[in-house]
Structure formats: structure tokens, C-alpha cells
Design a binder for this molecule. Structure first.
Ligand SMILES: Cc1cc2nc3c(=O)[nH]c(=O)nc-3n(C[C@H](O)[C@H](O)[C@H](O)COP(=O)(O)OP(=O)(O)OC[C@H]3O[C@@H](n4cnc5c(N)ncnc54)[C@H](O)[C@@H]3O)c2cc1C
Length: 459
């Protein structure tokens, strides 16, 4: 085989995170030749620094809460302490098993895994350590990094999720800068582990991308859990002396902490990688791509966190699969970004799909909403959780938004996304039978009520 043939592929993928590896696996299934370039660990942010390790921490947090709250259920338990070396061993074990599985999966397919830092040398060439990989198609999937604020250096006790995932102790006092998904998840973990937590959020509410009613309920629940938060306040600066961080707000208030977690969003990893030189349009660091994940340069696609939109692993998977099928000639249907399910795994959990009430009103004009309180749901009462399921429908039309909050409610997003994506009417769902007593039943009950035949619904 000539050197050129060895280095020529149907697809060269730059970045082996959720978007990149999903594209590689699907392309290989379709019989395409693939090179997958990764400078760090196969699996990317989600597996090593994101979804999986944080959800392991949140599970350990749930166990700590259960130990504290046993008495509520007549079980004599006491919470002693959190041993971070034990928590980390459990978390790292989960990641390691999944990592091994993923490596085996990629190895078992016809995928050339190229370790090293790559950059785009020309529109169809990715260079890695002097080796030039030529792709009939190139997929950019270099992901994202944790941002900070101007003048706020990440060092010592000022950290992002990247460092906070590997703490060897529970900090007594934590300030979380940012009340978005990552901020509230970490705030929830720290509180359950025993820290005193304060969230600082510049926007008027926590989880501001969610329906307003969800933010209100989360704030209520966090108040009950004694998680402090301030919304609509601006961060002014932070200084460190010894092991203590002084966090100052524009209001003049100072908060002393043992850890400042900076959770102000994630920026795209695109600088210095040759994208612009190859002619790819970049906007504020993000790669612009159309609904078929094509950039403005023919043969160059982009997937995952580098493309503006929801920064979620399953969006990356879906886009990666989409691009492989597109290149494979299958002409897949475009992805409806509103139909991508969103889960925030704090306690209580939040899950949603589709339009918020405000967005639906703007888009569709006349709408109807219905809130089903989990107070009427047997399983939620058994779990001693509070919350609700809110439905948004077009007037006399399909359900266009499902918004849920409550312990463990994330698992209900599967049915919610089918309802949204299949454009179900409330009456379509109302005739389906939901098992009793499950939290899933609450979704059924909400649709029964919206279809005009409420069962266990008050008011
Ligand atoms: C704390 C945290 C919690 C999260 N929780 C969730 C969650 O619960 N659910 C969810 O859906 N999402 C979650 N996310 C988001 C999720 O991790 C991302 O949306 C997802 O990883 C994006 O996939 P990606 O392929 O675009 O990028 P990444 O996963 O970031 O992968 C990009 C890969 O490209 C590699 N790379 C970059 N530049 C180069 C180069 N020049 N050469 C070679 N390789 C390169 C990187 O090393 C990396 O492995 C979380 C994120 C964080 C930080």
C-alpha cells in the first residue's frame, strides 16, 4: 500500500469526544474508512471531566443525603462524613470501566485511532505529529473548555469543574460562580457532602435557560436545603491569601470561602487549529454550521460543543451519527434542536424538552399550559419529593414543551422527548397507560388533565 493510500480516509475526525467518536463508530458501521485524532483521552469531556464523573459525585451525594434522612423513613441511620478518597475511587472506577469499554469498541471497528494533537493543514488535511491525514471529508469535533472571567485566574482555591472533580477533601465553605447547569449540580454535591454553599448568579434566576416556573421551584428547594444563592448580582473580583478566597460582589459585599468554583460556561476549542486559515467561518470562537452540520467549506463538517447550541453529550452523539450518515449517502433527517432532552442532575432534578412557556407564547401565539403537582403522585410522595410537571401545548394542538422538577425526575425525560418529537396531542398520551405507582404516572396524569379528563389532580 502506498504511503498516500495509508493516509487517505473517507473521513478524518479531529477530536475523540462524544461528537467525534460517535461519528467514527457510525461511519465504520457504514463501511467508510475513518481516522479519529485525539490528543487526550478517547471519550473527551463527557467521559473524563463532565457527565460521568459529575453524575457519580451526585450519586455519592444522594447516598450521603439518604444516610442523613433515614429517620424520616423510620430507618436509624446517621451521617458520619464523606471520605473523598473513597468517593474518588468509586467515581474513577466508573470512568475507567467505561473508558476501557469505549477503547475496546473503537479498536474492534475499522477505525484508525491516531493519538496526538492535530490541526487542519488544508481543507482536507489534518496533520498530527508530522503525519498528514487526507480526508475526503473532515469533521471538526474539538469540543470545549471551562471559561473564566477577565482577570480571574484559575489557580489554587479558585477552580473550574476540571479541578473540582478531583478534590481530596470537602471544603467547608464554597462559593459557586454561576447558577447554570454545572453550577447548580456542583452546589448540590457540595451541600450534600457537608459544605456551606453560596451561588452567585448575574442573571435574575438560577437555571435561567429553563422555564421560569422551574427556576422558582429549584430556588424554593435550594432554600429548603439551605443552599444560599444570590441572583441578579455581579461578581467584582476574588483574591486568595493562604487557603482562603475573598469573593467580592459589585454590591460591595464580600464572601469568604475555602473554594471558589467558577462555572460561567464553556468556550469552544477552535483557536490556533487552522480552521480559519482553511476558510471555515468562525463566530466568537464557535464554528458555524448549517442544519446538516456543514461548515461553509465543502467537505468540512462540525459537531458538538464547537457548534453554537446546547452543549450536551447526546447532541454531540446525534450530530456525529448524522454526519456519518450524511457522508454515507443516507440523507438523514435534520436534528430538531428543540427536541433534544435536557437534564440537570442536582437535587431535585430538572428535566425538560421543547419550548418554555415564554418561548412557546412567542413562537405559537396562543398556547395552553398545565402544571401537575407531584403532591398527587404516589411514588413522589413515597420518595418524599416535591415538584411538578408542566406541559405547554399549542392551543388545540400538540404538546410543545415538557418541564419537570423533582427527585429522580430526569429518568422521565425519555417519554417526554417522544411526546415532543412525535408531536403528540394530550389526548394521544392520555389514552396510553402509565404504571402505578411510578413517577412516570405523573406524566400520564398531566396529559389526562390537559386532555380534559383529570384523575388525581387537585384544583
Ligand atoms: C462538568 C460537566 C458536566 C457535564 N454534564 C453533562 C451531562 O450530564 N450531560 C450531557 O449531555 N452533557 C454534559 N456535559 C457536556 C458534555 O461533556 C459535552 O457537551 C460533550 O463532551 C461535548 O462533546 P464534544 O465531542 O463536542 O467535545 P469534547 O467531549 O470536549 O471532546 C473534544 C475532544 O477533542 C480533543 N481535542 C481538542 N483539540 C484537539 C486537537 N487539536 N487534536 C486532537 N484532539 C483534540 C479533546 O482532547 C477532546 O477529547 C458536561 C460538561 C461538563 C464540563
Amino acid at each position: 500500500m502506498s504511503a498516500t493510500a495509508e493516509n487517505t480516509f473517507d473521513i478524518v475526525i479531529l477530536g475523540g469526544g462524544s461528537g467525534g467518536y460517535a461519528c467514527a463508530l457510525r461511519a465504520a458501521e457504514l463501511g467508510l474508512s475513518v481516522a479519529l485524532v485525539e490528543k487526550g483521552k478517547l471519550g473527551g469531556t463527557c467521559l473524563h471531566m463532565g457527565c460521568i464523573p459529575t453524575k457519580a459525585l451526585l450519586h455519592a451525594a444522594e447516598v450521603a443525603d439518604s444516610a442523613r434522612e433515614g429517620g424520616q423513613f423510620g430507618v436509624k441511620t446517621t451521617f458520619e462524613s464523606v471520605d473523598m478518597s473513597g468517593v474518588n475511587a468509586y467515581k474513577d472506577g466508573v470512568v475507567a470501566r467505561l473508558y476501557k469499554g469505549l477503547q475496546g469498541l473503537v479498536k474492534s471497528k475499522n477505525i484508525e485511532f491516531v493519538e496526538g494533537e492535530g490541526h487542519l493543514l488544508a481543507k482536507n488535511v489534518v496533520e498530527v505529529a508530522g503525519r498528514q491525514l487526507v480526508g475526503k471529508n473532515v469533521v471538526l469535533a474539538t469540543g470545549s473548555y471551562a471559561k473564566s472571567l477577565p482577570g480571574l485566574d484559575i489557580a489554587g482555591k479558585i477552580m473550574t469543574s476540571d479541578q473540582a472533580l478531583f478534590l481530596d477533601h470537602v471544603p467547608p465553605r464554597v462559593v459557586v460562580l454561576g447558577g447554570g447547569v454545572i453550577g447548580v449540580e456542583f452546589a448540590s454535591v457540595f451541600k450534600s457532602f457537608g459544605s456551606e454553599v453560596t451561588i452567585i448568579e448575574a442573571l435574575p434566576r438560577l437555571v435561567a435557560a429553563e422555564d421560569e416556573a422551574i427556576s422558582k421551584q429549584l430556588e424554593r428547594s435550594f432554600r429548603k436545603r439551605k443552599i444560599n444563592f444570590q441572583t441578579g448580582v455581579k461578581f467584582a473580583g476574588a483574591t486568595q491569601s493562604g487557603d482562603v478566597v475573598q469573593v467580592s460582589l459589585e454590591s460591595g459585599e464580600n464572601i469568604e470561602a475555602d473554594l471558589l468554583l467558577v462555572a460561567v460556561g464553556r468556550g469552544p476549542v477552535t483557536a490556533g487549529l487552522g480552521y480559519e486559515e482553511a476558510g471555515v467561518t468562525i463566530d466568537r470562537g464557535f464554528v458555524l454550521a448549517n442544519e446538516r452540520c456543514q461548515t461553509n467549506v465543502e467537505g468540512i463538517f462540525a459537531v458538538g460543543d464547537i457548534v453554537p447550541g446546547l452543549q450536551l453529550a447526546h447532541r454531540g452523539f446525534a450530530q456525529g451519527i448524522f454526519v456519518a450518515e450524511q457522508i454515507g449517502g443516507l440523507n438523514p433527517p435534520v436534528i430538531d434542536e428543540m427536541g433534544i432532552p435536557r437534564v440537570t442532575y442536582c437535587e431535585p432534578e430538572i428535566a425538560s424538552v421543547g419550548y418554555t412557556e415564554a418561548q412557546a407564547r412567542e413562537k405559537f401565539g396562543e398556547i395552553e399550559t398545565y402544571d401537575y403537582n407531584l403532591g398527587g403522585n404516589g411514588k413522589s410522595q413515597i420518595l418524599a419529593t416535591q415538584g411538578f410537571i408542566k406541559l405547554v401545548r399549542q392551543k388545540d394542538g400538540p404538546v410543545v414543551g415538557v418541564h419537570m422538577i423533582g427527585a429522580r425526575i430526569g429518568e422521565q425525560v425519555g417519554e417526554a422527548q417522544l411526546i415532543y418529537n412525535w408531536e403528540a396531542l394530550p389526548s394521544d398520551v392520555a389514552q396510553l397507560i402509565h404504571a402505578h405507582p411510578t413517577q412516570n404516572e405523573a406524566l400520564g396524569e398531566a396529559h389526562l388533565a390537559l386532555a380534559g379528563k383529570p384523575l388525581h389532580a387537585h384544583g
